[in-house]
Design a protein around this ligand. Structure first.
Ligand code: HMG
Length: 386
């Protein structure tokens, strides 16, 4: 049976920061950010959006009357959870008006959470081919003003439906994974910003990638020649380039050219959004789908990495029903209608924190369908403007 990603939608708010402006404000060469880091813009997330509303704004694009009754589980990958007990998935389920006979769970392992969801969903659909699973990756990446990580912030959500006979990517059965308890990036419960050992985290990312790539090749007998493209977890797009370069010598010159071209296609959206933690790999996959020329049966490799740390290499083939560039217009419109913030405006948004007590927020600047309108009796109050 063929199981995989049937639909893949994305959402992030319309406010963004141009990283050339940030470079000037931080007394850095803009080329360090544009080329050295590989980012040109960064999504700025207002206080009226959280992991739940970001997810609802993404998922509402792919949940309709046709598939609502078929969804059996909501698996919500995030490291920006809003509650220590309730899962973000159960809030999302209400906002999307999903039926009550389903499972709602939050999954956490840094940026790896959505991949765990994808694989658990795959196994569930294998047993229940008439059902669908909604998998979410939704996060806000925060490092702090004037830190080396600042240029790698961002945020947003991806929503995917995992089904039998999928229209986008058919997942292969083989995958290779590796986990170790290490401290490259973490966020203690009392902190809103991540702590990170930057260079070390880059080295672990590459070491894990090489380990799972080797394991995957041993399991399957496949080599780099079997792949048309690779999509990477992109904390910043240069990181994926470093990953690709680590295995590129294994390819012929012609294959190297194709893989590099497709890598450029896969980082086009991420360059302009920044890190969205759990969703980054899947935004990159969406970018590849929309900006590369892909054909039925071609194999795509995916490297998922979550600090702390877990890495997985998985793969899939392009579905016969693949509708190339299906969301390209959505992204063109989205990028064209964004509102650029000055560095001072971005800093003001960044510093705006939710108080630890009841509050009513001004949502007039946020045009999203789902917004956080405040906190009442310690309960988040959401608004659906549809
Ligand atoms: P830094 O120290 O400011 O930057 O921090 P740098 O000095 O290392 O420079 C960065 C690159 O720019 C270098 O290239 C420079 O040579 C180049 P590289 O050696 O890396 O190839 N450069 C220039 N290029 C062109 N023109 C110039 C110029 N100047 C310098 N003028 C760092 C960079 C990534 C460490 C920092 O931003 C950081 O700590 N980021 C956050 C951590 C991170 O993203 N780690 C990635 C791996 S871990 C991961 O992916 C998981 C994560 O998503 C979290 C999760 O799982 O939940 C983060």
């Amino acid at each position: 049976m063929q199981i995989g990603i049937d639909q893949l939608a994305f959402y992030t708010p319309q406010t963004y920061l141009d990283l050339t402006d940030l470079a000037h404000a931080r007394d850095e060469d803009p080329d360090k950010y544009r080329i050295g880091i590989g980012q040109s813009e960064q999504a700025v997330i207002p206080v009226t959006q959280d992991a739940v509303t970001l997810a609802a704004n993404a998922a509402s694009q792919i949940i309709d009357q046709d598939n609502r009754q078929q969804i059996a589980m909501v698996l919500f990958g995030t490291e920006s959870g809003i509650d220590n007990s309730k899962s973000a998935a159960v809030y999302l389920k209400r906002l999307l008006n999903l039926p009550d006979n389903l499972r709602t769970v939050e999954l956490k392992q840094a940026c790896y959470g959505a991949t765990a969801g994808l694989q658990f969903a795959h196994d569930y659909v294998l047993l229940h081919p008439d059902k669908q699973v909604l998998v979410i990756g939704s996060d806000i990446a925060r490092y702090g003003l004037n830190t080396p990580g600042e240029v790698t912030q961002g945020g947003g959500a991806v929503a995917m439906t995992i089904t039998a006979d999928p229209r986008l990517l058919i997942l292969d059965d083989a995958s290779a994974f590796h986990s170790e308890d290490i401290m490259d990036f973490w966020r203690p419960l009392y902190r809103r910003e991540a702590l990170v050992d930057g260079r070390y985290s880059e080295n672990v990312y590459i070491d894990f990638f090489k380990a799972v790539w080797q394991d995957y090749q041993g399991q399957t007998g496949r080599s780099i020649a079997d792949f048309t493209a690779f999509a990477f977890h992109l904390p910043f797009t240069k990181m994926g380039l470093k990953g690709l370069r680590a295995i590129l010598p294994e390819a012929t010159a012609a294959q190297q050219e194709t893989l590099m071209q497709n890598f450029e296609a896969s980082r086009s959206y991420n360059r302009r959004v920044g890190n969205l933690y759990t969703g980054s790999l899947y935004l990159s996959l969406r970018s590849l789908f929309d900006n590369a020329t892909l054909h039925t049966g071609q194999r795509i490799g995916l490297f998922s990495y979550g600090s702390g740390a877990e890495g997985e290499f998985l793969s899939g083939t392009i579905s016969p029903e693949f509708d190339s560039k299906s969301s390209q217009q959505w992204f063109e419109h989205f990028f064209a209608s964004r509102k650029q913030l000055s560095v001072a405006e971005y800093e003001a948004v960044f510093n705006r924190q939710l108080p630890a007590h009841d509050v009513l927020l001004d949502t007039s600047d946020d045009d999203a369908r789902f917004v956080l309108k405040g906190i009442q009796h310690d309960q988040r109050q959401y608004l659906d403007r549809s």
